[in-house]
Design a protein around this ligand. Sequence first.
Ligand SMILES: [Zn+2]
Length: 193
Amino acid sequence: MTGHRDLPEMAARLLLFAAVVAGCGRRPERTLDAIAAEQESLPVLYLTRGGDELVAAPALGDVVVEPKTRQLAFRAYVCTHPNCPDRDRRADGRPNLFIWEDPLWRIDDRGEPQYEVVPDRMAEIVRRGGTQEPTCPACRSRRDPSRETPAERGEYRERVSYYELPASAARRRQLDQEYQERRGAGGASGPAR
Ligand SMILES: [Zn+2]
């Protein structure tokens, strides 16, 4: 019989378990790392070429297979260039979204995305109708790259970014605040001591 010797250890484990459960319920004792991890995993929007939408975790990468249509879906970008022809076209709160389609992706026989490996990747992407950088199609229709200054081209690049879903944006702001509060309270960035 070893029961007596093990009792204090068991009690300690139970206490630890209770503390963990209580911590989960209250939430404020998260580390800065945990807050940052949630920020990086907030849902993002993917679009197929046909405009079908898929909300998923960003960890899936820049391309996924949309389950209903079985089409490739790429991360949605948004253009905020002041001269964008599509700037105010959409009234549903989602401005001009587009995708940066990489034509080297295809869906294999098992329905998984596969990337074709070629010697000169960027040249091949452009040859197949893709672009070297995320490019708003509406702006592109008005642009003449041969006449653009580097500054003009740079502004087009800077005015496109990943689209952030409104719910994710709101949650990110909450997490920003939580992060600041935690840091102000001397929050550790590593695991709890
Ligand atoms: Zn644009």
